[in-house]
Design a protein around this ligand. Sequence first.
Ligand SMILES: Nc1ncnc2c1ncn2[C@@H]1O[C@H](COP(=O)(O)OP(=O)(O)OP(=O)(O)O)[C@@H](O)[C@H]1O
Ligand SMILES: [Mg+2]
Length: 280
Amino acid sequence: MLIAVCSLKGSPGATTLATALGAWWPGQENPIVVEADPAGGDLMARFRLPDTPGLVSLAAAARGRGAAASTLLAQHTQLLPGGLRVVVGPVGAEQARAALAVLASGLPSPLRQTADQPETTVIADCGRVDPDSPVFPIIRSADAMLLVARPHDDELAHVALKLQAAQQWSRRPCFVLVGDGYPTAEVSQALRIPVMGRVPRDNRGAAALCGQGTGRRGPDKSALGRAAAKIALNIHAHWRVPAGSNGTRAPHLRVAVPGEPVSSAALQPLGPQTGNGATS
Ligand SMILES: Nc1ncnc2c1ncn2[C@@H]1O[C@H](COP(=O)(O)OP(=O)(O)OP(=O)(O)O)[C@@H](O)[C@H]1O
Ligand SMILES: [Mg+2]
């Protein structure tokens, strides 16, 4: 399963959410978080990691590999303190854009190919999304797009403007709201897009996910961790691909998460996987 985490405006916490989902992913699976932000990555600096392996070395290895790239992603990961596997993006936007252009040029991308392996989840932090983004083909090929937004008037006004287009970019667009503001149900109804969950403002929890502290904290310890764990469980329950399904998506389960409305549009079963992510 490939999940694209994106923002539409500002810095609402997309990288933090992608890291939190990976850190608290349910079950035994260790997902891979890929920092695929064309504006450059933050994890390298936050966790004081070397720049290699990472997105740039992945792109160099993927060049010309085409359909044989399904094992590459795992080879270009580093470990965060709690053991989460990450492909770190370069700090510079120019380098990040060049690497992403290579990775997205030959679909299916190494991200998609890896995500098509049984019991494998790839969470791509795609930064601020727009159709000119070099990561756009990867977003299009994702099983779901999580749009991270703060539910305030100024931010939602921009989100509302872009939303009609954004809904065409993914077969499963949905929101994850961050912090206080309009009630979840009101946002979902007004913008007609499902809300997969909401994470609170939690400075300590966010700091731990930025490398300040111990790395992975137990979901019972941080409000942000608990909320991310709930969202990850919800995604896992609805959209994961069961082993041996040959890329045919599981029928959805209607698991309701208390206080988190998820409309039926978000929960349709995925059709067989296609290269460009279009529903067949
Ligand atoms: N739920 C939260 N509560 C408190 N602080 C948060 C939360 N989420 C993120 N932050 C903080 O906000 C800042 C930006 O977060 P993050 O880097 O995740 O945003 P982003 O959307 O990826 O931004 P950018 O577009 O610049 O990459 C960081 O300092 C992070 O610690
Ligand atoms: Mg970011």
